[in-house]
Write a protein that binds this ligand. Structure first.
Ligand code: G
Ligand code: G
Ligand code: MN
Ligand code: NA
Length: 253
């Protein structure tokens, strides 16, 4: 298969790329963090998205290598964007497969040190629905990250089969509410009580909460009204290449 043959050399050929989407405070509109999103710019195949390339990467046993590249690039970028007057976090997504690498936590520690970043500046996101594949390993590795001072996030919360069970089990600092739960808000459907309940649950657990996939001003208002401190989505800013994200961040100075 073309994708397989091409992907195995993609990192070495410099074809991997990150785009960035900011997380904004819903009360002041200020950026507080940035999420790194992987893209593969394949000369043969065009831009390939993570959903398509990650399963192939796992089959080829290069998912861990790609994850290390993502972490290093994202941290290097954060080191240039974050400064004392504008502290930012950088969030990277990982699969349980990547987390399961025995040296995952030590690689994170080494990467942070190499870029002179404080551990609190990194957020590691793991999607709720994927965690079920290996809960004990995910728990151990997330706990190891937190012991370093790195923050952990449960991504796509509310989209999986066992959201509440996962929330109780997993050592996380941040809850990212899946866009499915915000999608109908502002249109007078059942999602308003859902968001309200999830946000108040998260707050009672002492978690920071990010509403994801905010596509309309109505959804932004709804998330804010529910008590959600942070938001992410097309209504606030689309994912953008590094130069454009830098200009976006500079516009807040
Ligand atoms: O950026 P996009 O909407 O295409 O992302 C689709 C999915 O891929 C999301 O679930 C996101 O969390 C995941 N994803 C994006 N970048 C990365 C990455 O660098 N590593 C991993 N493991 N997943 C990623
Ligand atoms: O699973 P995760 O939350 O990491 O996925 C992030 C993905 O969501 C990115 O690929 C990004 O392109 C996409 N995304 C970001 N904001 C929005 C939005 O407002 N609406 C939709 N439909 N997708 C979004
Ligand atoms: Mn994410
Ligand atoms: Na998400």
């Amino acid at each position: 298969m073309d994708l397989e043959r091409e992907l195995s050399g993609a990192a070495g050929r410099g074809e991997l790329d990150l785009v960035y989407q900011p997380v904004l405070g819903l009360h002041d509109g200020q950026p507080v963090g940035v999420e790194a999103l992987l893209r593969w710019r394949s000369p043969a195949l065009g831009t390939v998205l993570p959903a398509e390339l990650l399963p192939v990467a796992e089959d080829l046993a290069i998912a861990v290598e790609i994850g290390r590249w993502v972490l290093d690039r994202a941290c290097r970028q954060l080191a240039t964007w974050s400064h004392p007057s504008r502290p930012l976090w950088m969030a990277v997504n990982v699969t349980p497969h990547e987390l399961a690498a025995p040296d995952f936590v030590s690689t994170v520690a080494a990467t942070l040190a190499a870029h002179h970043l404080a551990p609190e500046q990194l957020v590691v996101e793991v999607a709720e629905a994927r965690v079920a594949s290996d809960v004990p390993t995910v728990v151990t590795q997330l706990a190891g990250l937190r012991a370093l001072g790195v923050r952990t996030a449960l991504d796509d919360f509310g989209a999986g089969q066992a959201s509440l069970a996962q929330l109780r089990r997993l050592p996380v600092d941040i809850l990212k509410i899946d866009r499915a739960l915000v999608a109908d808000s502002g249109r007078g459907t059942q999602s308003k009580p859902l968001i309200d309940v999830v946000v108040s649950l998260g707050r009672r657990l002492g978690l920071e909460i990010v509403a994801e996939g905010l596509e309309t001003d109505g959804q932004v208002d709804q998330a804010r009204a529910a008590g959600c401190r942070y938001g992410q989505g097309f209504a606030l800013s689309r994912p953008a290449p590094a130069e454009r994200m830098e200009a976006f961040l500079e516009s807040f100075q």
